[in-house]
Design a protein around this ligand. Structure first.
Ligand code: PMP
Length: 420
């Protein structure tokens, strides 16, 4: 095995400085197994942040499906093969009727690009709405549609004229505000729009569940302004919220376009866009093609991920374990006033750290201390939110009650270290 110093040296030479290392120090990870990661020195880490390896790192069923298909056929979607039609039909069956047409691509960024392109082609309008704090991808256009980036470190600090930012509907820090009116105000300023690109639970904005009715209002006003509701399920889809396969289902809406990513391939690079036949056909005469999107290996892996979600009843599990985890965190909140808020749904949880429970002054320092001390005790967490004070929890869905008990005990130790 290569020595860590050599790896870091090569990394410094060949990998852009724009890509930082996570968890505050280089972790030399050599193996993943379900909810655990193993370092070169044998240390086992409980992974509470990787929502890409949705059914568990290297889930044997997913690995076997990929290996098997790779040895038989890997071609592209200009051919007809069972895996693609089976997979795309299965995905469509999980979505509301009408969202019948799927495009298979390779990353969440590519999928969001296509979704915006479809909305623009369908409406003939360029302008887009997004929520403050949102992140939607790494392409030039998606950085312009990601306040998390353009208002964050290294960003230009202002939105492009065609980008309209809706304030974050944060019921903790921006309580008592008429969020619906805010959407209305932004839309009436914007005029006609192509669409509203929004996550059904806000991730980078600080692990924030949307207030009831928010997506319904967003869709109503967006549709009235000629635009489409594009729901980005990249982080929260595939049953993470427990009650439903898709987080938008908690909001009682049928989006015009749905974007799937990350967990779709359990780490294999895949993503998808689903929409109506009418919206899909707005690309008109122009051919659409992805060289590797929807290839037989991806479809085999995607089918295996769906199998595991069903066989291991991961939605039920996410709901049950999510409740249990949040109840434990609520208890810690009673004990430690640095925890200002515990929020989430299913296995998508945020813990908001404050230095003052009255003013809700964000406590990034304490959140960061907790993440580092938990890492040193073998539990991987990380931080999100524009104020860098929200610990995010979005583990592989194969977590156990024992993992949660251990995490809560360790969190208690770490929090006691400072607060008592
Ligand atoms: N949308 C959301 C909500 C995301 O969190 C991300 C990635 N973090 C993306 C889109 C982009 O996905 P990818 O990194 O696969 O391009």
């Amino acid at each position: 095995m290569t020595d860590l110093t050599d790896l870091l040296e090569a990394r410094n030479r060949h990998i852009s400085k724009s890509l930082s290392i996570g968890h505050g120090k280089p972790l030399h990870i050599v193996k993943g197994e379900l909810q655990y990661l193993y370092a070169d020195d044998g240390t086992r880490y409980l992974d509470l942040v990787n929502n890409v390896c949705h059914v568990g790192h290297c889930h044997p069923k997913v690995v076997a499906a990929g290996q098997q298909q790779m040895s038989v056929l890997s071609t592209n979607t200009r051919y007809v093969y069972d895996g693609l039609t089976e997979y795309i039909s299965r995905l469509a069956a999980t979505l509301p009727d009408g969202l019948d047409v799927g495009f298979m691509v390779n990353s969440g960024s590519e999928a969001n690009e296509l979704a915006v392109r479809l909305a623009r082609a369908h409406t003939g309008v360029n302008d887009m709405l997004v929520v403050d704090g949102g992140y939607h991808g790494n392409t030039s256009m998606l950085v312009q549609l990601s306040p998390y980036k353009f208002l964050g470190p290294g960003g230009e600090g202002v939105a492009e004229a065609w980008v309209h930012v809706v304030p974050v509907p944060d019921e903790y820090r921006r309580k008592g505000i008429d969020y619906n009116q805010e959407i209305r105000d932004v839309i009436s300023n914007a005029g006609n729009v192509a669409g509203f690109l929004i996550e059904p639970m806000l991730s980078c904005a600080g692990q924030i569940p949307l207030p009831d009715g928010f997506l319904k209002t967003a869709q109503k006003y967006t549709n009235e302004a000629g635009g489409l509701l594009i729901v980005d399920e990249v982080q929260v889809g595939f049953g993470r919220v427990g009650t439903h396969m898709w987080a938008f289902e908690n909001q009682d809406v049928i989006p015009d376009i749905v974007v799937l990513g990350k967990s779709i391939g359990n780490g294999h690079p895949m993503a998808a866009v689903f929409t109506t036949e009418k919206i899909a056909s707005s690309l008109g005469e122009m051919e659409w093609f992805s060289s590797t999107g929807g290839n037989p290996v991806s479809c085999a892996i995607g089918n295996a991920v769906l199998d595991v979600i069903e066989e291991e009843e991961l939605l039920k599990k996410a709901e049950k374990l999510g409740r249990y985890f949040m109840a434990g965190l609520d208890k810690l909140q009673q004990k430690y006033p640095v925890i200002g808020d515990v929020r989430g749904r299913g296995l998508f949880i945020g813990v908001d750290f404050v230095s003052d429970s009255e003013t809700l002054q964000a406590n990034a320092e304490e959140a960061s201390r907790v993440v580092i001390e938990m890492r040193d005790r073998g539990v991987l967490l990380s931080i999100d939110g524009p104020l860098h004070n929200v610990i995010k929890i979005k583990p592989p869905m194969v977590l156990t009650k024992q993992d949660i008990d251990m995490t809560l005990d360790l969190l208690n130790d770490v929090l006691r270290g400072k607060s008592e």
